[in-house]
Structure formats: C-alpha cells, structure tokens
Design a protein around this ligand. Sequence first.
Ligand code: ZN
Ligand code: MN
Ligand code: MN
Length: 283
Amino acid sequence: MVRLGFHVSISGGVDKAVDRARAMGCDVFQIFSRNPRVWRSKPLLPEVADGFRLRFRESGLSLAVDHMPYLPNLASPKEDVYLKSIDVLAEELVRCHALSIPYLVTHLGSHLGAGLEQGSMRIAGALENAFLAADDDVMLLLENTAGTRNSMGGRFEDLAAIIDALGQKSRRVGVCLDTCHLFASGYELRDSQGLQVTLECFESTIGLERLKLVHLNDCRGGLGSHLDRHEHIGLGQIGEKGFRALLCHPLIRELPMIMETPVDDRRDDLGNLRAARKMAELC
Ligand code: ZN
Ligand code: MN
Ligand code: MN
C-alpha cells in the first residue's frame, strides 16, 4: 500500500491537523507547526502538544512531518538573517520533538550571490549549530529545489556537499525529493527510463539510503525550466506516464509521499489523491 497525503492546515491549533488529514483520506500528512510567514513563533503549549500526540496515536495515520517556515535562509551571507535562521531551525527541531514528529523538511535558502560553495558551508554550519540545541531524535530532511537563481539545492551535488561537510553529524540528515523541483531543475522523470537514470544519479552522488520522503507534485514548467510552479498529478509536464513510473517504482512507492498540489476548478485534493491511488494500483 502506498502512503499518500497532503500538506494540511493547522488553523485552530496543531492538534486539529490530525483530524483534517484523516477526513481528507490521507495516510501521511505535513504541517507547518506554526505561522510560516513570520519570524517569531508563539510557544507550543504542552497541552496542545500532548493533544496532537494523542490524536495522532489514535488516528491510525502512518506519519506526520513538519516543514520549516518561509523566512529563514540557512545559506544567507548576512549575519543577522543567518543567526535568526539558526534559531528558528533549532526551535522547530524542539517543536518536532515535543510533537513526536520524526522528520523536519527544510529548504536550503539562497546564497544571494556569494556562490554555491560559500552557501554549502553556511548551511552546514547552521545545521551543526541548530543540532547542538535540540535532541537528536528528529531527522532534518533537506529538500531539493528547482534551481532558481542563487538558490541552494538544485543539484544532487549541492546536497552531497552539505552532507559531506557535516561529517559524523550527517546521521541527523536525510533528503526529501520534490518531483516538481527535480524536473524543473533538469532531472528527467517523464518515463521509467528517465526516472531510473535520475535515481542512479542520486545513488551515486548522495546514496538512496538518505531518501526518506517524496513531495509528489507535477510541474507546470518544462525540463530544466527552473520554474517552481506545482501542477495536479499527471496534468503537468511530468505527466501521467511519469507519475505511473514514480508510483510503481519499487523503492519510491515504499516512501511516504506528500502532495503540495493546487486546488482549482479542475481538481481538488481528493481528486489528486484519487488520481495518485489509481495509478499506484495499476502497476
Ligand atoms: Zn518545501
Ligand atoms: Mn516541496
Ligand atoms: Mn515548490
């Protein structure tokens, strides 16, 4: 059985997200543990955290993951932003621990022109610092990006450089692959041969044992367009053939998959869930 789900709203409190995910028919789900558009977070009250853990345990859902807020830039060459970003990362790891959430997904930010090598060193330093402030039971998942100008993590080599720089501490790090970002940054996914080549590249640069989560999104932009525009499953440039290959791949289909697809007059979340489940059944 494939494990599929969505990014779910926490409006009304984090504990409400569990019921929402169940009502949507998810097996797995992702949240922002707090408002993602501001730097400061309200403290997570122990009774709210307990409520989340209890509801999750009773829900039968297989996994909850947390996503870092939007403002932090772990690669920033600007000292004030960099230090604030480390604080938020540490806070978020602590919140995951309190919620018994095993994975925190993070974007890698932008080097703002300082260069990829500088950026990698900044990120590795930020991770090391944040790890000092948090328990080691939460794994940080580095998400690949569409490779837009100055952004970090568009190529597997970028992720590998950060992981290598962490040395021993890299045991606290895994990878989340976003299929839209992958395709937009130039990795072929439109059929099983293309997927195979992409996964072999991942294996030789990073190692498939690092891959813990998939963000399952189709893409509006073409191969290598660097356009980060998500599309409904099978209706974008990756297409139905590509998603059949992904959902039927023996390694990929074992991983939890979170959709971050749009909601519009063509399809809602349920429509994407149905489409993905149907493809996964016809392997
Ligand atoms: Zn993300
Ligand atoms: Mn994503
Ligand atoms: Mn995106």
